[in-house]
Ligand binder design. Structure first.
Ligand code: ADP
Length: 664
């Protein structure tokens, strides 16, 4: 298309160029033709005029030879008669062989320098009978005239005298003007002698001398047409020679003037061509743009079509139901999943109304739902839909209001949550059962440990009684056995007490409340004051602590256990240093208890939180292995988690999270 446009523009511009060139040629050819015609007309006219003058001069010569010596007055009369019929003649002068005047018309005198010159030239060029002089002013009135002289000879062939006619310059000028008045171009008409001396010229003084001009050079032809580029403006000249009189006539036109018209025409043409080219370019641009737009539109349509197909696929293949309604609540579209889930044959949901499938929206309630949608834009709720067979299925509905054709439409994406609901119910049931069994178990542990203490106390007291009453009668071995039995009973009591404590966590029935951790820690510090002092330990607590949501006693037990462990598992090389820190981030409180004790190997990080799990023998560190299990139970009851990080031989840090107390 662009190539075609370029070609079209080249053709338009090429044709314009050709037309301009053709007009140039025809302008020149026409001018040449006109100049030739004018030159021919002029040369004829001027030739006739001069030959008229010449015949008067010749006749006078004849008259003189036939009439002999007549009185001058008579001769002058004859001369006047002859000259009267030839308007180009201003005056006449007859001179004898001695150069003396015989007769004259208009008081011409041989002494007048122009005539004298003419006479001298005539005599000098004897074999040329005619001589034309240069322009001069006539005596008395100064009229510009051109002397025209002819020699007279007697019967023997000697010079008998000269006849001089004064030709009127004005007469020739009138001929020139007459010719010029018939043309529109500015012409320069010149009548000059062959030596270049100008005799008559229109416009006057257009050139001062013709001798330099091409057509006046000695080697120039007599007649012809030339393009003279020597002059500054350039000329086209048609010239003719009046050979008998030694005169040349030139009709010249200034090439620049001549081409002015052509130039303005060419400019107009060029402008028109440019406008045409621009119009062509604009047209092509418009077509190209249209084509590009069409292509973009096609691409857009393709992409819309693809999107439509993709959307259609998701509707057809999607597991969720999709139902469109109009503002009256009539179904205008339902996808295959909707038909299948509601038990309808494909396409049969069309034109059904929402109340047909959703018993929670009776016909009168539809407008209300639409209003809710207009307010909220989208709604999300759970409801039950009725299948064709009357069964109810639980669904979750996301519904949005959309405008189409200036009317409200709704689009509902419906998910069958029947299975989900069922598993939720099963889960809830299981949790309930688990909670019940846990409670039962805890109750059992509590009762068991409580009731176990009674016979244990009996064992304990009877073993003590045995030692007291019969200790003297026993041998050392028996005494040792009794001591073992007493220690075992004591340890068992402690185990039962710890177990009791473990089972009591969360079963006190006290409700959770806002607890100030600062108060809890102060309480703990006081409880452990003696042990801390004895061990020479340093306990560092944060300057300020937040309030948490929990049980004061349990939190005190938790922190007491962790700080107590930090003291118990201290390193023999250094005094114990225990630091409690607190970090609140993302609505969660993390507390850490860091010690500089013996540390724990990473493989035990989980194990130590299990009940009865101990890493050391009782001979080294006393304990039951329940402390951390109690801590874990307390933290989890508070909705948090507990973990440890440690480097053996350097110390351990126990972390646990708690929930902040809600703002009062
Ligand atoms: P107990 O201290 O009665 O043995 P715990 O449940 O409190 O029981 O601790 C379980 C085990 O975890 C301990 O036996 C001990 O080996 C290890 N342990 C607990 N706290 C620390 C601690 N701060 N530093 C090193 N070891 C610890």
């Amino acid at each position: 298309m662009i190539a075609l446009g370029a070609l079209l523009m080249v053709v338009v511009l090429g044709m314009t160029g050709y037309e301009i060139w053709r007009q140039y040629n025809s302008t020149i050819t026409l001018a040449e033709r006109n100049l030739n015609v004018l030159a021919d007309v002029l040369v004829g006219e001027i030739g006739r005029t001069i030959s008229g003058v010449d015949s008067v001069v010749e006749q006078s010569v004849l008259d003189l030879s036939t009439e002999g010596n007549r009185p001058p007055e008579q001769i002058r009369r004859t001369l006047r008669d002859r000259a009267t019929g030839v308007p180009a003649i201003f005056g006449l002068l007859l001179i004898d062989a001695q150069g003396l005047p015989i007769a004259s018309l208009h008081s011409l005198s041989p002494r007048h320098h122009a005539f004298a010159q003419s006479i001298r030239a005539s005599v000098a060029g004897q074999n040329l009978p005619i001589h034309v002089g240069t322009v001069t002013a006539a005596p008395f009135d100064g009229t510009p005239i051109i002397p025209f002289s002819r020699l007279r000879h007697d019967a023997a062939g000697n010079i008998a005298g000269i006849t001089v006619a004064a030709m009127s310059v004005q007469y020739f000028q009138e001929i020139f003007l007459q010719v010029k008045s018939k043309t529109v171009t500015t012409l320069t008409l010149t009548l000059a002698r062959q030596d270049g001396a100008i005799l008559v010229q229109t416009p006057e003084g257009a050139t001062t001398k013709m001798s330099g001009m091409t057509e006046f050079r000695p080697d120039s032809r007599d007649n012809g047409l030339i393009h003279d580029d020597d002059t500054s403006a350039g000329r086209i000249v048609a010239f003719r020679t009046l050979r008998p009189y030694g005169l040349k006539l030139s009709v010249a036109v200034n090439a620049a003037d001549l081409l002015n018209l052509w130039r303005s025409n060419a400019l107009r043409l060029l402008l028109a061509a440019l406008v045409a080219a621009l119009v062509v370019a604009a047209l092509i641009w418009a077509i190209l743009r249209r084509l590009a737009l069409d292509e973009a539109q096609r691409a857009n349509l393709r992409s819309i079509d693809n999107q439509r197909r993709m959307a259609q696929f998701s509707l057809d293949a999607g597991a969720d139901m999709v139902v469109w309604t109009n503002d009256k609540g009539s179904i205008i579209y339902a996808n295959p999943a909707a038909h299948q889930a509601l038990g309808y044959a494909p396409g049969t949901l069309f034109n059904r109304s929402i109340p047909d499938i959703d018993p929670s929206v009776p016909p009168a309630a539809w407008e209300g739902r639409l209003d809710d949608l207009r307010r909220a834009g989208t709604l999300r709720f759970e409801t039950s839909l009725r299948t064709l067979s009357g069964k109810l299925i639980s669904v979750e509905v996301s519904i949005a209001l959309l405008q189409a054709d200036g009317r409200d439409h709704t689009c509902a994406v419906i998910r069958d949550i029947g299975a989900h609901k069922q598993s939720e119910a099963i889960l809830a049931e299981r949790t309930k059962r688990l909670e019940a069994s846990n409670a039962e178990l805890e109750q059992f542990a509590y009762v068991a440990s409580h009731d176990l203490r009674e016979p244990l106390r009996m064992v304990n007291s009877f073993v003590a009684l045995l030692a007291r009453r019969f200790g003297d009668q026993m041998d050392p071995e028996a005494r040792e056995y009794v001591e073992f039995a007493r220690e075992g009973a004591l340890r068992m009591d402690r185990l039962i007490l710890d177990l009791l404590e473990y089972s009591r966590v969360g079963s006190t029935g006290r409700p959770m409340a806002a607890v100030d951790l600062g108060t809890v820690l102060n309480d703990v510090r006081q409880t452990l004051a003696l042990t801390l002092n004895e061990a020479g330990a340093e306990l560092i607590l944060p300057a300020s602590l937040p309030k948490v949501w929990g049980d004061f006693d349990e939190l005190a037990r938790l922190l007491g256990n962790l700080i107590g462990n930090g003291l118990k598992y201290r390193h023999s090389d250094r005094l114990p240093r225990i630091e409690v820190e607190c970090l609140t981030q993302d609505g969660q409180i993390t507390l850490s208890v860091r010690d500089n004790g013996i540390g724990i190997a990473p493989q035990y990080f989980d194990r130590i939180f299990r009940i009865f799990q101990r890493l050391h023998g009782r001979d080294r560190y006393d304990g039951t292995g329940i402390g951390l299990a109690i801590c874990k139970k307390i933290v989890e009851r508070h909705g948090g988690r507990i973990w440890v990080s440690s480097t053996p031989d350097q110390g351990s840090t126990f972390f646990f999270t708690l929930k902040p107390a809600p703002a009062a």
